[in-house]
Ligand binder design. Structure first.
Ligand code: PMP
Length: 384
C-alpha cells in the first residue's frame, strides 16, 4: 500500500516521550518483567471504586452542559475562592473539559495567531511545545538555569504568552510571590497572557504556601489558570480538567469545547460534584504522604552525593546525572536494562536538560522506591 498522506503539521510534533516510554514498560510488565516504575506521571491513591447510587440515573449516560455541570462548576469556584481568596464566577469564568491537557490546548488555540511565540521555561512539560506547534504557534524555550527575570530577553513583538507550571513537574519547585510578581509585570508591560498550569497545586508540604497566579490578577485580565482533577484527586483516567479565565476567553473556549469534546464525561462529573469534598478529604493525607516521601528520597540522593533541582512539592525529582558519562537517554536505557528501574530521560523536558532524569515517587511502595532510587545513585557512580 502506498504511504498514507498526513498533514505536514504533524511532522513538527512528536509522540509524548514519557507516554511512549511508559507504553514500553506496560509491554515489559505484560511479559512478566518486574520493573520498579519511577516514570509514571501520577500518584496512585487508595480510592474506593465509585458507586453512582443516588445520582440522577436518567442523566448520567448523556451529554451535559458544555461549560461543565453547573454543580461541579459551583464546587470548583468555591474551592478556588477559598484556597486563593480570588472570587471565581462559576457561570462565566470556568470551563470543565476532558483533562487539563485539552484545557491547555484549547487556550493556546484560542489565543495564538499563526507564528505567535510562546515562552516555555525548561524543564518543560512535554506537551507544551507540541501543543503550541499544533496551534500554529512557535515555542520559544528558555534553558533550565534561567530565572524569571531572564524571560524578558526572549520577548519579541510576536510573543503572546508565557506558560508556567506551578508547582513544577519535573523539579517540584513552587514559584514564590516575587517571581509571580515579575511574571505579571512582564505580562502587563508586553501585553502577554500568563498561562499557569497548576495541576499539582495540592502537592505542597503541609504549612508551606502555594501562591496561585490568580492572586496577583484577580480580575483575570491576563491570567489563565489550567487545572485538573487528575493529580489532586488521584483520578487521571477520568479525564476531568478545567480552565479558570476571564469570561471573554471562556466564551471563545466554549466553541472549541463544543466542536471537539462536547462536554466533560457526564457520569463522572455528577459523581465528582456530589462527592467533591469527600474525595479531597480522602486524598489530602495521601498527598501529604507522597510529598514527604519525595522529600525523603531527595535527602537520600543528596546523602549519596546526587543533586536534584531545588523543590519541595509534587512527587517528582529532577535528578542531575552529575559526572556520569551517559546522556539521559543512555542512562534511562541502562537503568532499565541492568536494574529494571524506569525513569524518564531529562532530554524530553528540553534540550538543556540532557544531564537529568525525572524520578517519580508516586506509584511504588517505599521499599521498592528506595531500591529504585539507590539504583539511580549507583548507576551514576558506576558510569563516572
Ligand atoms: N500539566 C502537567 C504539568 C502535567 O504533568 C500533566 C500530566 N502529566 C498535565 C498537565 C495533564 O494532566 P491531565 O490532562 O490529566 O489533567
Amino acid at each position: 500500500m502506498p504511504p498514507l498522506h498526513h498533514a505536514s503539521l504533524l511532522d513538527t510534533v512528536q509522540e509524548a516521550s514519557s507516554i511512549k516510554l511508559n507504553n514500553r514498560i506496560y509491554d515489559m510488565q505484560a511479559a512478566g518483567v518486574d520493573v520498579v516504575t519511577l516514570s509514571l506521571g501520577e500518584a496512585f491513591f487508595d480510592l474506593p471504586v465509585p458507586s453512582f447510587e443516588g445520582l440522577p440515573a436518567s442523566r448520567l449516560h448523556h451529554y451535559s452542559h458544555s461549560r461543565g455541570l453547573p454543580l461541579l462548576r459551583e464546587k470548583l469556584a468555591k474551592y478556588h475562592a477559598s484556597t486563593t481568596g480570588v472570587p471565581v464566577d462559576p457561570d462565566h469564568e470556568i470551563l470543565v473539559t476532558a483533562g487539563s491537557k485539552a484545557a491547555i490546548f484549547m487556550v493556546l488555540t484560542a489565543l495564538l495567531e499563526p507564528g505567535d511565540e510562546v515562552i516555555i521555561p525548561e524543564p518543560l512539560w512535554v506537551s507544551y511545545p507540541d501543543q503550541v506547534r499544533l496551534a500554529r504557534g512557535v515555542p520559544v524555550m528558555t534553558p533550565w538555569y534561567d530565572t524569571v527575570e531572564d524571560f524578558a530577553s526572549y520577548i519579541t513583538s510576536r510573543t503572546r504568552a508565557i506558560v508556567v507550571n506551578n508547582p513544577h513537574n519535573p523539579s517540584g519547585r513552587r514559584l514564590g510571590a516575587e517571581e509571580l510578581r515579575t511574571l505579571h509585570e512582564l505580562a502587563d508591560r508586553h501585553g502577554l497572557f500568563l498561562i499557569a498550569d497548576e495541576a499539582y497545586h495540592e502537592f505542597v508540604p503541609e504549612g508551606v504556601e502555594f501562591v496561585s497566579a490568580l492572586v496577583l490578577d484577580p480580575e483575570k485580565r491576563h491570567t489563565v489558570v489550567c487545572n485538573s482533577m487528575s493529580k489532586n484527586y488521584g483520578i487521571s483516567g477520568w479525564r476531568i480538567g478545567y480552565v479558570l479565565a476571564h469570561r471573554q476567553l471562556t466564551d471563545q473556549l466554549i466553541k472549541l469545547q463544543q466542536h471537539l469534546v462536547t462536554c466533560a464525561p457526564t457520569i463522572l462529573s455528577y459523581y465528582l460534584a456530589e462527592h467533591f469534598e469527600n474525595i479531597l478529604e480522602h486524598t489530602r493525607p495521601q498527598i501529604q504522604r507522597v510529598v514527604s516521601l519525595r522529600n525523603r528520597m531527595a535527602r537520600m540522593l543528596a546523602e549519596r552525593g546526587v543533586e536534584c533541582l531545588p523543590g519541595d512539592a509534587t512527587f517528582y525529582l529532577f535528578t542531575s546525572l552529575g559526572a556520569s558519562r551517559l546522556d539521559s537517554e543512555e542512562f534511562a536505557r541502562e537503568l532499565l536494562d541492568r536494574h529494571r528501574v524506569a525513569v524518564v530521560p531529562g532530554v524530553g523536558y528540553g534540550a538543556s536538560c540532557g544531564g537529568f532524569v525525572r524520578v517519580s515517587v508516586g506509584t511504588e511502595s517505599e521499599e521498592r522506591l528506595v531500591r529504585g532510587v539507590s539504583a539511580v545513585a549507583s548507576l551514576i557512580e558506576e558510569t563516572r
